[in-house]
Each structure stands twice: as C-alpha cells, then as structure tokens.
Design a binder for this molecule. Sequence first.
Ligand SMILES: [Zn+2]
Ligand SMILES: [Zn+2]
Length: 582
Amino acid sequence: MIASFPIPHDDESLYSMIARYRQRIRHPSIQSLMQELFGSSRLHASSDFSAKLEHLSGILPLWYGISTDRLTNDRTLYPFYSPFITKTQALDLRSRIHNSHERASGAFIKVRRGSVALSERIRYCPTCISDDRDIFRECYWHRLHQLPGVEVCPVHEVWLEESTALARALGGWHKFVTADEAIGDAVPRPLSAHEPGRETMLQLAKDAAWLLNETSLPSDPVALWRRYRYLLREQGLCSYRGKVATKELLARFYRMCPPVVLARIEGHAGRLTSGRGILSLVRKPRGGFPPLYHLLMMQCLGKTAEEFFGMPAEPADFGSGPWPCLNKLAPHYRQSIVTKVSIHIQKDGGRPVATFSCRCGFRYARVGPDWGPLAQFSFTRVEQYGPLWERTFRHLWSTPEHTLSFISQKVGIAEQNLATHAARLRLPVWRRENGRAVIPGRKRTWRGRPERPHLATIRAMRDAWTVLCSKRMRITVESREERRLYHWLYRHDHAWLTKQCIHGGTKRALDIKQRIDWEQRDKFLAQVIRAIAVKRSPCGRLTMNRLIRLSGQRHLIHPNLHRLPLTRRTLLEIIVSHNPDE
Ligand SMILES: [Zn+2]
Ligand SMILES: [Zn+2]
C-alpha cells in the first residue's frame, strides 16, 4: 500500500503522475519503482499507455478512490483510440492495460501508427505549463498534448512544443521525467491568423479533447462507416448504389486540410497526402484506422466529433419514429402513432424503402431517404388499406348523395380510380336505368357511379327544373342552372324529362324539332331528286349515294333519311327504273 501517490491534476497522464511520485519519494532505481507500482521491474513504460494497472490500483489506498477502469479512462490515451477499433481489439487492449506486461497486439499498433508520425518526445503547451505553475506551483504532462495529429493547444491557440523527455523508452532504459524537470522557460508561439489549415488544426484538437473525456463511446467501426455513408449521400458525394465521388471528396478534403499540414503530420508520402487514408474510410471497414483519419473525415463532412457520435449508429433514412398514419379516413390521420416499420433496399437502384404499418390496418411504403422532415407525410404507394378505411369507403360509396368528387376528396384517391376500389370491395357499379352501361372513356367520371339517386333528390331537381322552365325571361345564372339541371335530369331521370318535353313543360328540347317542317322538306327533297333524274339522266350504274350526291342536298338528306319517307321512296323508284337488271 502506498500512501503518498500524487493526486492527479486535470487531464494529467499516468506517466506524469508516476514521474511526480518518483520525484516525491526519490526511489533508488527505476526497477524498484516499477516493482513497487506494477509488480514487475521489466515493464515497458510510455507516455501514452501503461500496463498492469490492476496492480497499481490495488496498492493505492481506498480513500484514493481510483479503480483500474478509471485509471485507464482518465489517465491513458485509451478513450482516444477505443471508438475507432473493433470491440475485440478494444477488449484486448483494455485487458493488456489492466493486467499484462506485453505490448499491445499488432493490429492495434497499426491503428495507433498508421501513417501518422508519433512524436518521439513528450510535448507541451508553454502557456498551459505557465498557467499550471501559477495555480499548482508545479506543472505536469497533459494527455491531450501527446495525441498524434494534435499540434496546437485548443485553449491558448499556440503551437505545442517538444520537451527533452522521451515519450517512449524500452525496458530498463526508460525514465520517468516530470514536466518541471524537462521544461524550462519556453516562449509560446501563437498560431498565426493566416496559418494554412488553422481552423482544421484547432477543431482537431478540440475534437481530440472531447474524445479523451468521453469514456462511454462504443467500439464499432461499422457504425462509423454507416454514418460516413449517410453524410456522403446527404451531401451529394455518394450515389445510392454506394459509388463515392472520390475526386470531389478529396478536393474538399485538401481544401480543408492543406498538404502543408498533412506533410507536417505524416511526412510527404503518407496515406493522407495521397488520399488513400480518407478513401479507405468510405469502404466497408476490415480493420481499424488511426483516429486522426476519422477526425479529419468528420471535419471534412462538416461535423464535430460530438455531433458525429451523437448521430444514430444506423442513421435513419426516414427520421426517427413514431411516424404519422396517412390513412385519410382514420381519426388519427397525420398523427405520429406508427411505430412498426421495416426497411429494405431496392434491388434496382439500391435506395432504401420503408414500409410503415399502422394499427388501423393501413400500410404504406415510401422510397427514401427522406429529403426533409415534411417527407414523412407522403408515401410512394399504399400496400394495404385496412378494415377502417374499407368500412368508411363502403359507407361513402353507398350513400347516393355523395358525388364522386366528394368521395375522391374524402378518401384521397383520384376519381377515376374509385371504381377500382369499389370493384375490389364488391360494391355495385352504377348503370343507367335502360340497362346500357355508361360509355367508358367518354365520361370516365361516370364509371362506378352508385345506384339511382334518392327519390327526394330527384324530386327536388324536378321541382327546380319546373320552376325554371315556367319563367319566360332568364338571367345568365339561371340559364346556367337550367343547363345543369337539364343534364342532371337527363342522366338520372331521363324518362321523366322526355315526358316533360313532349308535354310542353319545357319548350327547350322540342322547340328545335318543331322549327323544321319535315313533311314540307320531304316533299321538296323528293321533287329535287326527281328533277335531277330527269334533267341530268346520268349514265352508268346509279346508286342511292350517287343520286343524293348529285342532288347537292346531301347534308340534308343523309343524316335525316329516316325522317324523309317520300324522298326515300322516290330514290328507290329511280334506282330501280334506272338499273333494270337488278
Ligand atoms: Zn495551452
Ligand atoms: Zn392508422
């Protein structure tokens, strides 16, 4: 049990604490120090990770209140790496930190290094150091300043400096150097306002600081990849089939992070400079990649680390539920009550399709992703209408007073499609009284009309018609109304209307007929035909058509032949006498 282990400062690394402890109790050798703290004198030490923390936390007094997990999360760089490695790798790394003295596995080393250069010496921010000295009368190594890729202090906007202390040492060669020993008086170098990539570097440092304090982020590289895909698609950098516009993406990346910054971080031939580092993130992940790649990618897509990890692990193309029910005949129309949704990807086009099922039986599908929050009130197709809709539709359809346009508005279906639904529900489709079906195509809106209107309606229409007809002079509105009534009665009460016309209830229909004296005309036309036959005595075979054409009265005779018995007889007589062979 050790009693005088230093109380950690904010963001102090474990390395720094051990260095302060060593200075405080003046251990005779590093080996004995390691033996005391970690139970092994042959341990590797570095400024970023440690090992055998279980032993250390076991010998700290209880009042110290630091568990192995807290040591790992708060004093090592574990939280900076863990969100970007697989769950297995994270567990492996954690168990090694806790109770092994071996080095981390090869896969993790790759994640840690990638193409990113790790600083050989422990770094610090001169302003942070002088602030610490003012407040605590001593200074310490900050975890944030040791992160690969972080080059500036996000608080003071100055460049980080390298100290004389080595960041990593092997076996018995390492030392634990305190910040006070290694750092003299350093003059801070402020970041120029015109420094290329200034904003990127500052945001990177802020994101890294946020990650260090966020210890509950899951290790799920696939979720990261899904979020990248979603953001790329949203920003027009990726098709629905998954084809990434690499040229545009890299152009955007280099605009945000100029090559001079990349060269400082990884030299001139690294994976970020060539673009491979960023492009590897948009492919389905097979291993881990350095956190720096991810942080730069997030910035490139316009997200801070906090915003990015705040996105759902499987970004919803259709927003988060519950979703509205779009059954126009339900009392809960457009209310967000639908929680049952299934999403699949289209075979051709690769776009996501969501099927929403409401408890009222209404089921609709929409091809996504949604273009905005209002898209949830639209659907691509209805897959099932459900009992509530069908019951209400049946009622509307069998109420004769309802016009088709009224029903159409009520149920939210085009008039011409109503009959299809009526047929599907085995409802009667309207036919005329005389038994002839309405000509489809000419007046499509008639198709599927319900049975004859109510007697009361017919009576009201008849009365209105009679009143209008009794008027001698009509104003424009009345004439229009008369036309409307005439057509309505013609359609629904044809027999009665015809009778009215004959009885002189209205002169309208009969006036036209009575203006022509057909008997007179018949006699006249018969004379004309006879005169033609005599006068022109045409040669060759004579047909009825030819004779009518010769008379010059074809427009009068042809359509009205059934009204002209005399003319007809005359025509036949002439033809027979002219063509005696037939
Ligand atoms: Zn600082
Ligand atoms: Zn519903």
